[in-house]
Design a protein around this ligand. Structure first.
Ligand code: PLP
Length: 397
């Protein structure tokens, strides 16, 4: 049928994000059965409020900083004092030597990735992702006419297999996206894994004679359990560019605030920094939200309530294991990755009978699993467990 929108966008209207669809389905079921009787584990929308300090900082900034500055345009890379504060905080935590010019403030992790992909990609350039992966990467790469190349999953521990990544690299590879703690598995990539990936990339850079960048997508960096540490990648691989977001660490996903770190040691660093600031502007972000830049500057040491996520993790894991499901104990983020005893989409269909909404692994290029986002209230988890138990019985576990 004739239509007046672009072919690509038409395609997207016909095949929209499964996670978003589930989210809408959750709203539909809630209208029918009441919100408290629907166990919606579909989307990574933090249920815990932002720390009090965020609200205080909003009022402090509004009361004490000049309005024309707080709400005005600034350099497209961000306020220099905010960039300097972010660089200082990273240096304290990771022993690095960044300064303000290494930081570009962005509209969240999605903004970071789009800005850096716009900066790096020529049409036809390849970007390697590691399954299972956040499916939006495919859209982001397509935005700049790049080509997504998927390295296969490495079950059962889902630590990426460096050799398999090596096989996915070609002379057209511009970047590899790494996401740890991982959405959807909750796995933290170990130092050993990172070193192996770095060695493979170093060798391939030499072979092909050009840079291959790691784009480290880190919205879950601070969401770790049992004292687990997330390796800081610029220490292991020179051509690493980090994309960060406060969406999860401060429960601020609607505010769209994050940053890119572009280290001086990276190949073409100065050019990338200049181009990323321009990309921020010409993609229409212009700059990261001004008020939020000023607010996060005062909240660099603040974190969401990781203890509540940890309680959810424990309760859900114990309940699922008790019911007979096979799942890994997440080390970070707020996702449980559960093996399905039947086809994953069928599992999601069956779960809906108990008003439980989960996302099929095939939505992350890894069928045979489902993702349960446990960034919900503990009541939701408690309420869902009898349904999970019945589902396990129905599946003869
Ligand atoms: N990357 C990953 C792995 C995510 O899970 C998400 C959001 O869920 C994003 C990026 C986008 O985050 P933001 O809201 O900061 O754009």
């Amino acid at each position: 049928m004739a239509h007046n929108i672009s072919e690509r966008m038409f395609g997207l209207t016909q095949n929209n994000s499964t996670v978003r669809e589930m989210f809408e389905e959750g709203n539909r079921l809630a209208a029918l059965y009441g919100r408290e009787n629907v166990y919606d584990f579909s989307i990574g929308n933090p249920n815990f409020p932002a720390p009090e300090k965020v609200k205080d900082a909003v009022f402090d900034v509004l009361n004490n900083e000049p309005s024309t500055m707080v709400h005005g345009y600034m350099s497209t890379a961000g306020y220099p004092d905010v960039c300097a504060a972010v660089a200082g905080s990273l240096n304290n935590r990771f022993g690095t030597a960044f300064d303000a010019h290494n930081i570009v403030m962005t509209a969240g992790a999605a903004g970071s990735l789009n800005v850096i992909l716009k900066t790096l990609l020529n049409p036809g350039d390849e970007v390697v992702v590691i399954a299972p992966y956040f499916l939006e990467y495919g859209n982001y790469v397509a935005n700049y006419n790049g080509v997504l190349v998927v390295a296969p999953p490495n079950a059962p521990d889902f630590q990426p297999d460096a050799e398999a990544i090596g096989k996915a690299l070609t002379s057209k590879t511009k970047a590899v996206i790494v996401n740890s703690p991982n959405n959807p598995t909750g796995v933290i990539y170990s130092e050993e894994t990172i070193k192996r990936i770095a060695a493979v990339l170093e060798a391939k850079q030499k072979e092909f004679g050009h840079a291959i960048y790691i784009l480290s997508d880190e919205p879950y960096r601070e969401l770790t359990y049992d004292g687990a540490e997330v390796p800081w990648l610029t220490k292991f691989y020179r051509n690493t560019i980090v994309g960060y977001s406060w969406s999860k660490s401060l429960s601020l996903p609607g505010e769209r605030i994050g940053y890119l770190v572009i280290p001086s040691e990276a190949d073409d660093s100065s050019l990338i920094i200049d181009a990323a600031a321009i990309a921020n502007r010409i993609m229409g972000f212009v700059n990261a939200p001004s008020l939020m830049q000023r607010v996060v500057m005062h909240c660099l040491d603040e974190r969401t309530d990781i203890g509540s996520y940890d309680n959810n993790r424990k309760m859900l894991y114990a309940g699922l294991k008790d019911a007979g499901f096979e799942c890994a104990y997440p080390q970070g983020a707020f996702y449980m990755w559960v093996k399905t005893p039947c086809e994953d989409k069928e599992f999601c269909r069956l779960a809906k009978k108990y008003n439980i909404l989960v996302v099929p692994g095939s939505s992350f290029a890894c069928p045979g699993y489902v993702r349960i986002a446990y960034c919900v209230s503990s009541k939701t988890i408690e309420g869902s467990l009898p349904g999970f138990k019945k589902l396990a019985e129905e599946l003869s576990l």
